[in-house]
Design a protein around this ligand. Structure first.
Ligand SMILES: [Ca+2]
Ligand SMILES: [Ca+2]
Length: 378
């Protein structure tokens, strides 16, 4: 019995030490100010399927229930999520001056030509996602797994008491039982006062199902980035190179010392309503910051410098690309709230800072002006 107790204490100590070592290492990285250190908020470590056993919470097998049926709605019944037409033509994708490690695969700066396409003006909101779930009965992957990842600061003390694990390389992320799009910080939270905020805790698979239901699809990485750049060439942000032009906040990120204190100078510690801040020149809101956005492509860092047309990424892979950074990004830790920035997660991953928006080749019929006006006349 005594031996078992000693062993248990030894295991606990080992875990604590490894977390402390990580924290110290990260602080040292901060102090060095080396822009090429691998700093991260850790949200790329939240995979459910990688070999990181600390991140593996439950060994639950997802039941395959098939794709949700797409209900054909009458015009005007569906929310009026506006889409913007992005004109066909070339743009410069990526950067040759990435401030983050080469492992992020932001370079090289390359010419990409795209056909025209439509993209949602905002991230998909809780209100929109609720309509989708009401009509299709989709159970998200976070709900099937029974948990999702939330930053420690946002979890109530009551909920925190029941959590015994953390993510080894990012111990500020905790798996919260029953956290899902409906209960973003666990069962003692809800979305009633955030219906106009972006939906979170949705996996790539959930996002894809939503887009299909809405007669849309996820944007490719190139489409997302062209849209984010708003017609500007090789700029850091969707509006230029200054993070706060004219001292105005243009995005929801983290001010203060991550992950300890958030001074909320941009007005929000967590998600912001999807129409917050000035849009870019394409009239798109929150392309950077607020929540990360899933895109279609499988992850790769192997990009040709040669010009390409309508790229859609590798044919297969293990992780999907996400773009734009989130309200948890801080320049010293995760300088990924830039147009060229990118990160990755497995397609079944979900977290409290990860959402999406949709794109489409053609405007869905229910959004076409003549259809909408016909409906109004009825
Ligand atoms: Ca903020
Ligand atoms: Ca965003």
């Amino acid at each position: 019995m005594l031996l078992k107790l000693v062993l248990f204490i030894l295991i606990l100590c080992t875990y604590d030490i490894s977390c402390e070592e990580n924290a110290e290492r990260n602080q040292m990285n901060d102090a060095n100010g080396d822009k090429n250190k691998d700093k991260s908020c850790g949200c790329d470590k939240l995979s459910r399927k990688k070999d990181d056993q600390d991140a593996e919470v439950d060994d639950v097998v997802i039941e395959t229930e098939g794709e949700p049926e797409i209900t054909h709605l009458k015009v005007g019944e569906k929310f009026s999520a506006k889409m913007v037409l992005i004109p066909a033509g070339p743009f410069k994708m990526g950067t040759d001056n990435s401030p983050v490690p080469p492992a992020d695969g932001e370079g090289p700066l390359r010419t990409v030509t795209l056909d025209d396409y439509y993209i949602d003006e905002t991230e998909v909101s809780n209100e929109q996602f609720e309509q989708f779930v009401d009509e299709t009965g989709l159970i998200t992957e976070a709900e099937k797994f029974g948990n999702s990842f939330v930053l420690e600061n946002f979890i109530s003390e009551k909920t925190k008491k029941d959590i015994s694990q953390a993510v080894a390389q990012a111990p500020w992320w905790l798996p919260v039982d029953k956290a899902s799009w409906r209960y973003p910080e666990g069962l003692d939270s809800d979305i009633r006062k955030r219906m106009d905020h972006p939906v979170v805790h949705v996996s790539w698979n959930d996002a894809t199902a939503y887009c299909k239901w809405a007669e849309k699809r996820l944007p490719t990485e190139a489409e997302w980035e062209k849209a984010a750049r708003g017609g500007l060439k090789d700029r850091l942000f969707p509006w230029g190179n200054k993070p706060n032009p004219k001292d105005q906040h243009r995005m929801n990120i983290w001010q203060g010392e991550f992950p300890k204190t958030n001074t909320e100078e941009d007005g929000y510690s967590s998600t912001a309503p999807v129409l917050t801040y000035e849009p870019n020149k394409y009239q798109l809101y929150n392309m950077v910051g607020n929540v990360w956005e899933w895109v279609q492509d499988w992850w790769t860092i192997d990009h040709s410098a040669n010009p390409v047309e309508n790229p859609s990424g590798p044919k297969t892979g293990t992780d999907k690309v996400k773009k734009g950074g989130s309200y948890l990004c801080h320049k010293d830790y995760c300088y990924r709230y830039r147009c060229a920035a990118r990160s990755q997660n497995t397609p079944d991953s979900s977290a409290s800072n990860l959402g999406f928006r949709c794109a489409a080749d053609k405007l869905p019929k229910y959004l076409q002006p003549e259809e909408i006006s016909k409906h109004t006349e009825l």
